[in-house]
Design a protein around this ligand. Structure first.
Ligand SMILES: Nc1ncnc2c1ncn2[C@@H]1O[C@H](COP(=O)(O)OP(=O)(O)OP(=O)(O)O)[C@@H](O)[C@H]1O
Length: 256
């Protein structure tokens, strides 16, 4: 579980995060949504320690990040998996080497133990026979699976995904969403996803945090987002006619 308490972050005197508090539960896919510029990336980067908020607390399973020693911070980093926007694979390494990379950096496992773990996670993301390929030889969807395999290879407690569906076709995006949700549930990971994909919101939004201009404008589940009357949410999520219609059908079904 990650607890966020009243975090504030400014750049050059301009406040970007204006006192955000929330809780992300273990075993759940937690989504952050909001307009471009609302502060989603700054928020995510603050959670993983790339930005230091001026105020507020971030607790990882009860441990306040601020109070950790440098060594404890290093240990915490090994418990965090990250799926970067655009996958961020190393072009000069094979898929197998890419996935092994975090273990080579941060673990004392033997070569054969590492290879066994690579085989296991590549199998888990349904990538068999791809070990010796290079990223350039893989499709966008395959690259994303490799990025997920690399993110979970160290058995993380926390998984952060920045726009995991960007650049993917809708069908592949659903496959990736489902994979992230299954892995989150199976390994009881606290997963936080930055997304613009309203389909993900509807499908895997077990908890949704809606940011607007650096504040939490709403939070709830993908069931609650259908029924909320919060104007900021409805203006944003139901700006497309398609999602407006889906909402109408859902609300009618609830009535009937
Ligand atoms: N390193 C930085 N220095 C100064 N300002 C920054 C920095 N990073 C972000 N900002 C500002 O913070 C605001 C929020 O940016 P952020 O990238 O978090 O938005 P976002 O919601 O992730 O947008 P998008 O959906 O387009 O990725 C923007 O006004 C941006 O210019």
């Amino acid at each position: 579980m990650i607890e966020v308490k009243n975090i504030r972050k400014s750049f050059d005197g301009v406040e970007i995060l204006k006192g955000i508090s929330t809780t992300f539960e273990k075993g759940k896919t937690n989504l952050i949504i909001g307009q471009s510029g609302s502060g989603k990336t700054v928020f995510l980067k603050s959670l993983i320690g790339l930005f230091t908020p001026e105020e507020g607390d971030i607790l990882f399973d009860g441990k306040n990040y601020k109070d950790l020693s440098d060594e404890e911070k290093r240990d915490l980093r090994t418990e965090i998996g990250m799926v970067f926007q655009g996958s961020a694979l190393f072009d000069s390494m094979t898929i197998s080497e890419n996935v092994m990379f975090p273990m080579r950096m941060f673990s004392n496992k033997s070569k054969s133990e590492m290879q066994d773990r690579v085989d296991f996670v590549l199998n888990r993301v349904n990538l068999v026979d791809a070990h010796h390929k290079y990223p350039a030889e893989a499709s966008g969807g395959m690259q994303k699976r490799v990025a997920i395999a690399r993110a979970i290879v160290m058995n993380p407690k926390y998984l952060f995904c920045d726009e995991p569906n960007s650049g993917l076709d809708p069908k592949t995006a659903i496959v990736i969403d489902n994979l992230i949700q299954e892995i989150t549930d199976e390994y009881n990971i606290t997963t936080v996803i930055n997304t613009h994909d309203m389909n993900s919101v509807m499908e895997i939004g077990e908890k949704i945090l809606f940011l607007q201009n650096g504040v939490k404008a709403w939070e709830g589940t993908n069931k609650e987002i259908f029924v909320t009357e919060n104007k900021a949410v409805t203006d944003f999520v139901y700006s497309s006619d398609l999602f407006k219609k889906i909402r109408e059908v859902y609300l009618k079904e609830l009535e009937g």
